[in-house]
Design a binder for this molecule. Structure first.
Ligand SMILES: [Zn+2]
Length: 293
């Protein structure tokens, strides 16, 4: 009886799936790639919506209440919504600072990190630097590695699966990166304008210069004076495109497009931003084909 019971318990543990809830669909795609059949993955912020602003619905608290692991972008991306959702979820396993909460910003290469102390009086959305780091594919690699390490720590019974899934992800990424780099190479040195600073990592990776933004500051709506200033700067720089997120109004970029002759380009920001973008690789395939296709 004791033997039978211990066998049941052991097999129950080996078959248990890790219940992961991610803040964004990008993190869900990475968690699915690394976790495979040993995890169940759900997310909170839909990829076609602004991840800075999420309505804290009770259904999200229910998801978090049942989670074994929460993955977050960090760098204050979720500061307006995740803390209250976690409080409502009352799940100590995934509280911030616990083993079941992984802030992936701790593992990536960041840009635009302010030197010196953080100044929130500027009122912008990026006080700790630019949090849109998943749009650098090498950060995707670092994130996948951190997720694999965390899953291995929480669920050592499946460590071989996580290692194998990570190796597959990394080898596909390496192959894909060579293709993206080849397609993007002719665009090196191109000048672009962003609406928000979402695509700064993507542009940084492929040598495109972001010379300004439709927004005067991250999260601050456009003003006529700023629009005029950016339009003039964009004209002088010969900007090729104005990149607009799915959840921003492309009409706001119209006056700058008229002044500069730049094309307004709708760009996906995340997995799930468009129905065909289901994986992390799909996201870069779509971005690269949009600008270099
Ligand atoms: Zn932002």
């Amino acid at each position: 009886m004791t033997l039978l019971l211990s066998l049941i318990v052991a097999s129950g543990e080996a078959n248990a799936t890790v219940n992961i809830v991610t803040s964004t669909q990008d993190l869900a795609a990475l968690a699915t790639a690394v976790g495979g059949s040993d995890v169940k993955v759900d997310y909170i912020a839909r990829g076609d919506l602004d991840p800075h602003f999420v309505d804290a619905k009770p259904s999200y608290m229910v998801k978090l209440a049942q989670a074994d692991l929460v993955l977050a972008v960090g760098m204050e991306m979720e500061v307006g919504w995740m803390p209250s959702l976690l409080t409502g979820a009352r799940n100590p396993k995934v509280a911030q600072g616990s083993a079941g909460y992984l802030d992936l910003s701790s593992t990536v290469k960041k840009i635009e990190v302010p030197s010196g102390s953080i100044d929130r009086s500027r009122g912008d959305l990026h006080p700790e630097g630019n949090p849109h780091y998943w749009l650098d594919p090498e950060n995707g690699r670092l994130m996948a590695r951190a997720i694999a390490a965390k899953l291995t720590a929480l669920d050592s019974a499946h460590s071989a699966d996580y290692a194998k899934n990570l190796a597959t992800f990394e080898s596909t990424l390496t192959t894909k990166e060579a293709g993206w780099a080849a397609k993007m190479a002719p665009l090196k040195g191109s000048n672009v304008i962003g609406y928000h600073s979402t695509f700064n990592y993507f542009c940084h990776v492929y040598g495109m210069n972001v010379i300004g933004f439709v927004e005067p500051k991250p999260g601050i709506p456009p003003t006529p004076a700023h629009t005029l200033e950016i339009g003039q700067a964009g004209k002088a720089a010969g900007v090729k495109w104005i990149f607009v997120e799915p959840y921003k109004d492309p009409k706001d970029a119209g006056p700058i497009a008229s002044m500069t002759g730049a094309k307004v380009l709708a760009m996906p920001t995340s997995v799930g931003a468009e129905t065909t973008i289901k994986t992390y690789f799909d996201l870069f395939d779509a971005l690269v084909s949009r600008v270099a296709g």
